[in-house]
Design a protein around this ligand. Structure first.
Ligand SMILES: [Fe+2]
Length: 178
């Protein structure tokens, strides 16, 4: 069952504030990639799409002369830590199941390698696909954070993805019954 939809998340002022900072177009594109990858890897599409939509909400503004100082960002960034915490708080507030909120927060925490010890770390499938989904939409120099999307189109895409997720979850329930 779905406790919180993408539309619930997207409508929340906290999500709006931080998604705008790191790029709504990138967040939505990553959520679509995550849906596709979740089907491919047999991962829960509800968790995958929400984790992907929220994966960058921990971003600070690394501005220098009006644009992002990408080098400074790369060196000092902890957006995944901040994002995991923010997403967790937001999801719990919206009524997400604590187990789901934890899984999503962990996938956000681990979507980047920037501060993980090299080598031995092994991601769970949900965590892997959030990383892959993010990378699938990345552009050199962090340009994906600047890509714009019209608000009406953004909402249309969110609702469309919610429908795809609902449909998939519904079919899984039917498979369980049969
Ligand atoms: Fe990202």
């Amino acid at each position: 069952m779905r406790y919180v939809t993408l539309a619930d998340v997207f409508a929340h002022p906290v999500a709006q504030k931080y998604l705008k900072r790191s790029g709504i177009a990138h967040a939505i594109a990553t959520a679509y990639h995550a849906y596709r990858l979740a089907l491919q890897y047999g991962v829960n599409v509800d968790l995958a799409t929400k984790a992907a939509l929220l994966h960058d909400i921990g971003h600070y503004e690394w501005y220098a002369n009006g644009t992002w100082d990408y080098e400074q960002y790369k060196q000092n960034d902890i957006h995944a830590i901040k994002g995991a915490e923010r997403a967790h708080k937001l999801l719990i507030r919206l009524g997400e199941h604590p187990k789901n909120a934890k899984e999503i927060a962990l996938a956000i925490l681990l979507h980047t390698d920037s501060y993980l010890p090299e080598g031995e770390f092994k991601r769970k499938p949900l965590q892997t696909i959030i990383k892959l989904a993010d990378e699938a939409d990345e552009e050199p120099g962090g340009k994906h954070h600047y890509r714009k999307i019209d608000e009406t189109l953004a909402w249309k895409k969110i609702k469309q993805l919610d429908e795809l997720v609902d449909r998939k979850m519904h079919h899984e329930r039917l498979d369980d019954i049969i």
